[in-house]
Every structure is written in C-alpha cells, then in structure tokens.
Design a protein. Structure first.
Length: 102
C-alpha cells in the first residue's frame, strides 16, 4: 500500500490507495471492483456461507443463542432472540505479520 497510516481506512481511501499503486487502472473501475467484492462477501454471509481469504482471514456466520439481557435505561430484564454475528479468524500470514517472531 502507499500509505503507512491505515487507521480508520474507509472504502474510498482504499480505492485511492489502489489507484496510486495501479495507475494503469481507472479509479472508477477500482471503486466498482471494491464495491462488488464487499457486496459479494455480504451476500455470501447472508446465505450462511463461509469466506476464506487465504493468508488474511476467514469469515463465517455464528448463531448466538437467546439470552436474558438488561435494558440499561430502565434496568428491566429483556429476553433477546436468536442473533447472528460474523466471526473473524485471522489467517496465519496475518498473525505472523502482526506478531513477528512468534
């Protein structure tokens, strides 16, 4: 990547960094590729499929059981239903880059 500061990297900043790295590609085309990639990932997760980006991460949908929670305003106990969330498991290469020498 072009920039070292990647804190709070937005989609548009990602597209700009890709455009700087690959000047032969138009920024509009890169934006469409990034949007389509994220859209396809979202559709796969909604369909309950697992996404594996080797060396980076694996994304999967986990179902959380119903549980008793508390309304922070009233203190009243509330039963929540089944919920789904996305699980992120980092890949080996990303782990090694974040934790050099481990």
């Amino acid at each position: 990547m072009v920039t070292k500061d990647v804190s709070n990297l937005t989609r548009s900043e990602l597209v700009k960094q890709l455009a700087a790295r690959f000047p032969q590609l138009r920024e509009q085309d890169l934006d469409q590729v990034v949007r389509l990639t994220f859209d396809q990932m979202g559709q796969a997760l909604v369909a309950g499929r697992r996404i594996e980006l080797r060396g980076f991460a694996t994304f999967s949908v986990k179902e959380r059981a119903p549980r008793l929670t508390r309304n922070p305003r009233s203190g009243e106990k509330v039963q929540t239903g089944v919920r789904k969330s996305v699980a992120f498991v980092m890949g080996k290469e990303l782990f090694e880059r974040l934790n050099p020498g481990k």
